[in-house]
Design a protein around this ligand. Sequence first.
Ligand SMILES: [Fe+2]
Length: 234
Amino acid sequence: MKRNVEIQTFNDSEITVPEGVTHNLFPTPVKLFELAEPGLNTELGAFFTSHPRFSETDQAQMADVTTLMEYAEDVPALARLEQLFLAGLESYCRDIGWQGEFDLDMQMFPNVSPGGHYVPSHNHVSHISAVYYVHTEPSARPLLVSDESISDYWRPDEGALILHDPRFNASLMGGWHQHAKIFPRPGVMIFFPSFLWHEVTPHRAKEPRLSVAANFSLTYRNVPAYERRHRFSC
Ligand SMILES: [Fe+2]
């Protein structure tokens, strides 16, 4: 019987493909600033170590249900830190191309971490998050490590901020498993998208590690008329 489709024949020459172009779509922008603010760190350090709120047993659990700005009248460094966060946010938004007129909801909350304290893996309910480090244990590691192998992922580094690969279930198939570690120093301010999963490993220093986290939620002011804004409760 005659076949309708003629069988193609291919020669056995070596198979090659053109060079091709890889597009790194959907990257995760993480921005680091190294600020020289010793006076700010001294004042914030004194505030965190002297105010009774930060020695209460539930201070870690209650850290993010208020804003540090309620103490700004007595602690001028907090107002300065707020301005530094806002300057960093402007720079970060410029980098990621998020521009416009916004109403901004901003929260600043403390991280007072005694030796042995850790922060389980989590992300934040906001658009953009940031952390400013007031006091950290000295580390011989680089500020940012982003080229480790998967076996290094499991090494129990002390005092590391681990940033997890945010791609959904990417690690299930092995080769996509990426991570980065920050070994923070005082004065470092880091910005990242709030959806980025992260955790903090314990340290063994006598003094608590001190940092301030910030969450930013941006709402466009110039919403079109067809997007009606409602007050809603449920
Ligand atoms: Fe966090």
